[in-house]
Design a protein around this ligand. Structure first.
Ligand code: CO
Length: 133
């Protein structure tokens, strides 16, 4: 089953200045790291029960770099937690969602993630996140 909202992803040009801006808003930085598998550096800031994820591309040919070039900074994706990411991908495909990731891949902090095509979710890129057990 899809669990609660996990985080909201925001694409940014420069992670350090974005972290300072969202700290000034009042959020607390939880952790930051590079996710080589996704070609990004990310920072997670606490926002109540969920996080705000700031995403800076390090791979100029990656999906987030292309997003920034086309649309500029801004809301990039909404993530939901799950305890069975492979099972959820199979279920959601049956429900008619188009999968970006057929096979889940490594995310931040040992998590496993997979994305759904925005065109199958009213224009919103949806991420599934399974935390390490
Ligand atoms: Co994310």
């Amino acid at each position: 089953m899809i669990g609660p909202a996990h985080h909201v992803g925001i694409a940014v040009q420069r992670l350090d200045s974005a972290i300072e801006r969202y700290r000034a808003l009042g959020l607390v930085l939880d952790y930051a790291e590079e996710v080589p598998a996704a070609g990004v550096r990310v920072a997670f800031l606490r926002a109540g029960g969920i996080h705000i994820e700031l995403v800076e591309p390090v791979d100029p040919s990656g999906a987030v770099a292309r997003f920034l070039a086309k649309r500029g900074e801004g809301l990039h994706h909404v993530a939901f937690a799950t305890h069975d990411i492979a099972g959820e991908l199979a279920r959601l495909e049956k429900e008619g969602f188009e999968l970006v990731d057929r096979v889940p891949r490594p995310g931040a902090r040992g998590s496993t993630v997979a994305f759904l095509q925005p065109r199958s979710a009213h224009g919103v890129l949806i991420e599934l996140v399974q935390e390490p057990t």
